[in-house]
Design a protein around this ligand. Structure first.
Ligand code: MG
Length: 381
């Protein structure tokens, strides 16, 4: 029986890779449903090729084109953000790949968990904004959450079933992004084009900017805490420019287990889609002599304050991480539009966090409320 997949966000970098894995292993997967925000042309091609039962297009301006693409591929059309949840609710699947970008992935993920589906999670904002809620629901429903993000997938592999009591700490590796070693003067002049050139990973625009500010690493710290039931103190970030080690686990006995590999998201996606099986793929082995040396340094939290703000939001808990995320989403979108300078991104986040009155985040409404409050706040700064 092929594994039945729903892929939310199939036109983004993770979604496309997931479909590449599926097409490299004929007969292993059935694509049940696909979604895009607004890349209808690519979604139409994917739908022709993989023949899903349904597709969803989220962006209001792309609904008509989406409907036509669905019809051409013989798929049922679902529209808007609500359409993502409809895909999850109406079509049976073994695994839901959540590869959307931003807050939009949260509600469909919670629905998929409520239905007991296995979640292949790439959308980091889901755990950043609602980590406690999501992990509690997963525990209750016995729904597995398998992390696609390379660092968490590495930790997941290194843990190999060990619980938090066996762990002294985890070490999240960071490439440092394109501006590692830059001073503030240099960073004041950074353009969106420069920030979109990542040295080791090829990713979508939002996450690439988050990598340049180190907010991406901050989000990964928050995600790591919830995914693996750790405290913030148990998660250390180390800059490792080669990105060969994807992360490490230090056990209470001092043993450190690291996961290494080629820097291609195909590998963690394959790991999750086939979990727990290990399957041969088209990638060559790492050439150790070519890798040469691996280097490590401490992250510069003064030059890259976003990482510091993420630790702070995690310590505060409640709605603070959701506010951190929303302010960041708005600030990054404004930077990409050319509306603000690169160094304004952390400043807008700082000002939004300072103005925020923290709530417990005990339900979805509180989180959504904090999210929309922070969006308005960050847009007005
Ligand atoms: Mg990552």
């Amino acid at each position: 029986m092929p594994k039945r997949l729903i892929i939310l966000g199939s036109t983004g970098s993770i979604g496309r890779k997931a479909l590449e894995v599926a097409s490299d292993f004929p007969g292993e997967f059935e694509i049940v449903a696909l979604s895009t925000n607004c890349q209808v042309g690519l979604l139409a091609e994917q739908a022709q090729r993989f023949r899903p039962k349904a597709v969803c297009v989220c962006a209001p301006q792309a609904q008509d084109a989406g409907r036509a693409a669905a019809e051409a591929a013989g798929a049922v059309f679902h529209g808007g953000e609500a359409g993502l949840t409809e895909l999850v609710e109406r079509y049976d699947a073994d695994m839901v790949v959540v590869a959307t970008v931003g807050f939009v992935g949260l509600v469909p993920t919670l629905r998929a968990i409520a239905l007991g589906r296995t979640i292949a999670l790439a959308n980091k904002e889901v755990l950043v904004t609602a980590g406690e809620l999501v992990m509690e629901a997963a525990k209750r429903q016995k729904a597995r959450i398998l992390p696609i993000d390379s660092e968490h997938n590495a930790i997941f592999q290194c843990l190999n079933g060990h619980g938090p009591r066996a762990v002294r700490r985890v070490i999240l590796t960071a490439s440092g992004g394109p501006f590692r070693g830059s001073n503030r003067e240099r960073m004041a002049a950074i353009t969106p084009d420069e920030a979109l050139r990542h040295p080791t990973w090829n990713m979508g625009p939002k996450i690439t900017i988050d990598s340049a500010t180190l907010m991406n690493k901050g989000f990964e710290v928050i995600e790591g805490k919830y995914l693996f039931d750790l405290t913030a103190d148990q998660i250390e970030v180390v800059v490792h420019p080669q990105s060969t080690i994807h992360s490490m686990v230090e056990y209470v006995d001092g043993s450190v287990i690291a996961q290494l590999g080629v820097t291609d998201m195909y590998l963690p996606i394959q790991n999750v889609l086939f979990y727990p099986a290990r399957v041969e793929n088209k990638f060559p082995s790492l050439d150790w002599a070519a890798v040469g040396s691996l280097t490590f340094e401490r992250p510069d939290m003064e030059a890259f304050p976003c990482l510091k703000y993420a630790y702070e939001a995690l310590q505060q808990g409640g709605t603070s991480p959701a506010v951190l995320n929303a302010a960041n989403e708005v600030a990054v979108a404004r930077f990409l539009k050319g509306d603000i300078a690169f160094l304004r991104i952390p400043e807008i986040i700082r000002e939004t966090l300072d103005a925020h009155k923290r709530l417990e985040a005990s339900n979805l409404e509180e989180i959504q409320g904090a999210d929309s409050w922070a969006r308005q706040q960050a847009a007005a700064i």
